[in-house]
Design a protein around this ligand. Structure first.
Ligand code: COA
Length: 156
């Protein structure tokens, strides 16, 4: 039987699966903690969208707003490794863009590790442009820092 594929706003019941996906996608030392994710989902000025096949959440995207501006940021986008490279990331990003257009957001910005080739390719594919190299942007307790690329997309 075909499962219904959908993208919707996250609700509190999705929290555990979002934590699980974060930990599937990143090693513990790089992943957002439960506490950070809870803040991003419930307290931050954010929108969280999830992609579902039937009742299974296969990916999510977190967008953060900057109060009083028409700029928003992609905080993270994660797709279950089992379902990567099937267009889910692209569909989540596109749904987020449509959501932001309705909120009159004019520009999306993000930072991505220079080592994250899949994410950089996803964003370039979606029309984001590299505008700056941010040296030592990611600082970790356990090891070295990592540079990031800043990317933006104007929404039309
Ligand atoms: C980055 C990520 C969200 C992409 O999701 P996805 O569903 O696999 O991506 P899609 O299938 O929608 O791919 C869209 C485009 O992105 C690019 N892309 C995606 N994964 C890629 C990979 N592993 N290598 C190269 N290009 C890739 C391709 O251009 C692809 O288009 P194409 O298939 O027509 O060539 C996913 O790899 C992921 O969850 N990674 C771990 C978490 C992460 O790093 N998130 C980003 C934080 S900034």
């Amino acid at each position: 039987m075909q499962q219904t594929i959908n993208i919707r706003t996250a609700n509190p019941d999705d929290f555990e699966r979002i934590v699980e996906l974060e930990n599937f996608c990143f090693p513990k030392e790089y992943a957002y903690s439960r506490r950070q994710l809870r803040y991003l989902l419930t307290k931050a000025n954010s929108t969280v969208l999830v992609e579902t096949a039937g009742s299974l959440i296969r990916g999510f995207i977190i967008i953060l707003y900057r109060r009083g501006t028409t700029v928003a940021g992609v905080e993270t986008i994660n797709v279950d490794p089992t379902f990567q490279k099937r267009g889910i990331g692209q569909r989540l990003l596109s749904a987020a863009e449509n959501h932001l257009r309705k909120r009159k957001i004019r520009k999306i910005r993000l930072e991505v590790s220079i080592t994250n080739q899949a994410a950089i390719a996803l964003y370039e594919h979606a029309g984001f442009k590299k505008i700056a190299l941010l040296k030592n942007y990611y600082l970790y307790d356990h090891d070295d820092s990592r540079d990031a690329i800043k990317m933006i997309k104007e929404l039309r």
